[in-house]
Write a protein that binds this ligand. Structure first.
Ligand code: NAD
Length: 261
């Protein structure tokens, strides 16, 4: 498969799953706009390295996914500089773990803004161009938590269930325009997002780090292994291929059997 000539925006691609998806798309020949937070000189090095290695154009937007106007500007900038946005990967996400009665309201709302509302703003900005060109791929990073719940993750589970519903609705609206809209729903992938929630889970459940990994994280996954970012990126690449043109409105699990239980 070649994605030469296609242009992609991957939100939250300065780390973890998004970074792996952006690299995979670039290696298949797509020009990519990176997005996310982090150390700017390090991001700039990564941007230049990826552009050089993959021989594609790689841009970076520091748009904050909690701010609708910055999201719209990011899509406009990608369209102006690359010529189009053919592939949109709505991946940026944050997590916070707390019993619902103690959940800080600002954290709850930030999760809904970044993990769910941003998906709406980026999609509505990118979709008209995809429909006009009769080709497009919208890939939303869902989660096993778009299908099932875990305690202490009320905001995240609400946001990810929302992403799954939004995906199905937009898939129906875009179906006759050559545009597919799907969710990839990983189980636990070893990234900074997972590492960062370990201390709060230790506190909420009164456990050691090892107990959290074995009895909370990997307990959910029958394979007893973390999913890798490259496995998620391979699924995203597949969804961009012509072979996947009839897959739309799907929520594809890549979770070591978690949601089969
Ligand atoms: P990560 O923390 O490694 O990466 C998150 C990315 O989002 C980073 O690039 C970060 O800078 C960016 N980001 C955060 N807030 C942002 C904001 N306001 N604006 C712009 N960018 C922002 O996490 P990850 O594990 O790679 O998570 C990526 C996606 O995968 C998230 O949607 C997450 O919910 C989902 N997910 C992760 C797992 C897992 O186990 N790691 C499992 C299922 C789903």
């Amino acid at each position: 498969m070649s994605l030469k000539g296609k242009n992609a925006v991957v939100t939250g691609s300065t780390s973890g799953i998004g970074r792996a998806i952006a690299c995979a798309l670039a290696r298949e020949g797509a020009n990519v706009m990176l997005n996310g937070f982090g150390d700017e000189p390090a991001i700039e090095n990564e941007r230049m390295r990826l552009a050089r290695e993959a021989s594609v154009e790689v841009l970076y937007s520091r748009a904050d996914m909690s701010k609708p106007n910055e999201i719209t500007t990011m899509i406009e900038e990608a369209t102006a500089k690359l010529g189009s946005v053919d592939i949109l990967v709505n991946n940026a996400g944050i997590q916070f773990v707390s019993p619902v009665e103690e959940f800080p309201a600002d954290k709850w709302e930030a999760i809904i803004r970044i993990n769910l509302i941003s998906v709406f703003h980026a999609t509505r900005a990118a979709l008209p161009g995809m429909k006009a060109r009769k080709w497009g791929r919208v890939i939303n990073t869902g989660s096993a938590h778009s299908l099932v719940a875990s305690p202490f993750k009320s905001a995240y589970v609400a946001a990810k269930h929302g992403v799954a519903g939004f995906t199905k609705t937009v898939a129906l609206e875009a179906a006759s325009f050559g545009v597919t809209v799907n969710c990839i729903s990983p189980g636990y992938v070893w990234t900074e997002l997972v590492e960062r929630q370990i201390p709060d889970t230790m506190k909420a459940r009164n456990m050691t780090k090892e107990e959290v990994i074995d009895e909370v994280l990997l307990k959910a996954q029958p394979t007893k292994q973390f999913v890798t970012v490259d496995q998620v990126a391979s699924l995203a690449l597949y969804l961009c291929s012509d072979a996947a043109s009839q897959i739309t409105g799907a929520n594809l699990s890549i979770d070591g059997g978690w949601t089969a239980q």
